[in-house]
Design a protein around this ligand. Sequence first.
Ligand SMILES: [Zn+2]
Length: 1064
Amino acid sequence: MSQQGYVAAPPYSQAQPGMGGYPSGYGATPAQPMYGHYGAPAQAFSAPPTGVAKGPVATPPPVSQYGSPLQQNGAHTQRFPPPAAGPSPFGPPPQVSYQSMAPQVPPPTQQLANQMGAMQIGNYGQMPQAPPSSASQMSPPPTMSQPAPPSMMSHQAPPSMMSQPAPPSMMSHQAPPSMMSHQAPPPMMSQPAPHPMMSQSGPMAPGPQTPPMGSPPPMGAAPPMTGMMSGPPPMGGVGFQQHPGQGGPQGFPQQPGPGPYGGPMGAPQSGFPGAFQGGAAQMAGPPQKKLDPDSIPSTTQMIEDDQAKRGGQLYTTNVRGQVPPLVTTNFTVQDQGNASPRFMRCTTYTFPCTADLAKQCQVPLATIIKPLATIPKNEAPLFMVNHGETGPIRCNRCKAYMCPYMQFMDGGRRYQCGFCNCVNEVPAFYFQHLDHMGRRMDVYERPELSLGSYEFIATLDYCKNNKLPNPPAYIFMIDVSFSNIKSGLVRLVCEELKTLLDNLPREDGVESSAVRVGFVTYNKILHFYNVKGALAQPQMMVVSDVVDMFLPLLDGFLVNYDESRAVINNLLDQIPDMFADTNESETVFTPVIQAGLEALKAAECSGKLFLFHSSIPTAEAPGKLKNRDDRKLVNTDKEKTLFQPARGVYESLVKECVTQGCSVDLFLFPSQYLDMATMGHLPTHTGGSVYKYNNFQAETDGENFLSDLRKDIEKPIGFDAIMRVRTSTGFRATDFHGAVYMNNTTDVEMASIDCNKAVTVEFKHDDTLSEETGALMQCALLYTTVGGQRRLRVHNLSLSCSGQLSELYKSCETDALTNYFAKSAYRAMLNQPLKTVREILVNQTAHMLACYRKNCASPSAASQLILPDAMKVFPVYMNSLMKTLPLVGSSELSTDERAYQRLTMLSMGVEDTQLLLYPRLIPVHTMSVDSDVIPAAVRCSEERLTDGGMFLLDNGRGLFLWVGQACPPDLVQSLFNVPSVAHLPADLSSLPDLDNAHSKKLRSIISSICEQRPNSMKLVVVRQKDRPEVLFRQLLVEDKGLHGGASYMDFLCYVHREIRQLLT
Ligand SMILES: [Zn+2]
């Protein structure tokens, strides 16, 4: 356990939340005053146009608006246990994340909570700064009166289901029955199998089969306790009794190392029995005591159940705190006042009312925001609001934008801000009468009054230097050193650009793209090209002074493709030949980016640099790097240095790029180490992307690369972006993870942001939240479109608040939780030993689940593992996360590959992290050629493979087709056109185009999978027992890791033991 939790920045030392607009970094401050002037600017204008709808005006049905929370069940008269544990009795002082400030010695009934609270769960987030257990000590309550504390809110009628009043024993160790009733019975419950899973002696419990985890909970139907207490020892029994005598290490049999969780992950690789030896046998889990793998919660089952229950349905967003379907489920969103889960997805949809409760459960409160997420064609595009010169209407105090959470009053003349409670005058042009319900008559005619997401046209106040922006530019910068010429890359890029440039992104409904383009080639020196349309031939200008980079030409460097098409095509034809005979193998890197940056500066625009680069930049120039790949550092405290980027010019360039709105996309073609940690730093902090193709050969890898390049150029994107997340009183955004740059503590800056990039935002309490008003958040993204328009995209989301932890656990979203943990762990690994990071992950997992067990589950034998329904597969994801290459700590792994995976994950949305951490394993031998249905995925474990089967594995980054040795020859014939498995060529990476139903079906499955991903995926065909199988097997995340890391089963047992320790 770590107590020196990594502390990035003091969470409470920052500016007031929600204050201020977007002034920083921009020359002119907005015309509006920053604080509390009533109605100042707006009155000056008379009636600008009202909202202009783009696209169909879908007037949302007058459903009850966002006010009333779905469930107020949690309200009971008792107060929740007061904050646990003061620092003194239990361990380490203040910097331990929780409980540090509670003043009094806890009563005996609190001991459990105390112990858990006192557990030294370090946190690599910013928690360790001893958040105030009583917020008032730290920050005075806002002037607007707070609603009554949760304990006073109690008298709302509980829904019928919940009808049992909470017994007064709320504080005891056992949760009252009523709490169990609305909790779906813990997943494992549904299995009556009585035998202890880990029992040394007991026979294995096969247990009645499946769909155990997923079967719908008998909500309300049975008396609350039934599932748990009567009948055959419910779930618990099954899988998770551990042998009483079995303490410590035995719980985790193979682990050689002692210590907390030092076991699996910390252990030296060599001693790890699961290490790959080439045979299937070694891959299987623990040699002894085989347990029924069906007895532990199944991700695939949960995905299927959710799809069955909510798939194909319309998800309307009119209910506060509503938990959306899983990311894997197909559903259609109708915006009725809250942002679609495609834009914002939360770790829980019910926030705890107090900081103490948040500390107690340690469930991170976070939202993953993908502000420019792609909206499916069957959902309405965002409406655009144009208030003309007035600009968007904003709260005078907190600057929140007009949204459905503003409460109109006083006959429509004033409105109260839902975020800061400030009462504002309604500008004259915006006045509207209220109906008998107190709603504006025009509520459904204005997107900003009735929808969760919409855009405003921004005014000059929102532009740099009060000038409308120029359209962005794309600059293509091609490394023409020896290896890129030899691999065929240069020719490939140049050829492709001739068609790709026709597909530059453009504004909706506009004929041609406004994006200008420019071209640079380089090795140790740079070549700029004048491609002005009037020229007959392109002109090259060479800059060999790479120390003090300058732009040799202004006119003719950035051009409109349509106007310069002939010259550009001429250039693209010539480049491969010009450098065909090069023997230059050295390259520069940062001078190239500097050059691109200078070009954008000179053109006064934002934009993107596309670099096609092959090797570590060793030429004498700024940003020169040397090989620092020292695998001896792996598993030492210095391992983190492998992932820390070089400083100096790399740091300063990031800042300059972000200021200019210059995003960097890096396509790398390495044949050896190139210091990915440093080179990838620029793209990942400027909103760009990194792509890597090891040992690239145009013939074999060309198609994947081109597919990535096409998607990258064509994808929807915004530039020069600033994002701000405002919240209602009582909590605030404190931390941000993503491909972002933070110049201060609240403004998230991104040189660009595209439809695939997500920012994970963490929240902390600074006061008590009210069950009545809930927790509101508003994400505002200011950005420049590809057409050069300045826009504000606003997403609003309202969550419930509760004084009952059971409500919080019920509203958890496992996929969002794992996204948060993945990003925070990957960030923490820059500052902490990996072992510590992994321990924190395990400890926090155990803690979250122990807190549930203690506070929310009904009494049951300690030997039962009880998991919240909404988190029942959480452990498998956490275990998988610890086995990902960046966190696994094996010297066999390529440092660059680990750094690459680390960097690419930082900006992923929930869909991507879900698939990465639990790949989809599709038994393609079961596919039916008569239907469009893709066969249901099976659990990601070697045990699910069959010799006679064929399985497609998709983790969003790559595709594997695994062919069993006994795969039927006719299937092999129809897919590969060879008579048997033995005839399969060794390094097959595509399927032949055969004219039969099976071949067509499988190829269509593969192409439909590829279409959904932001990046291309190379197909690797692996034959059972062939050597490349190792690559496939390391993605079977329920099994023991090839490079270390426990199997899912072992991990669950270990976590269970930790939970039991926490509870005793
Ligand atoms: Zn406000």
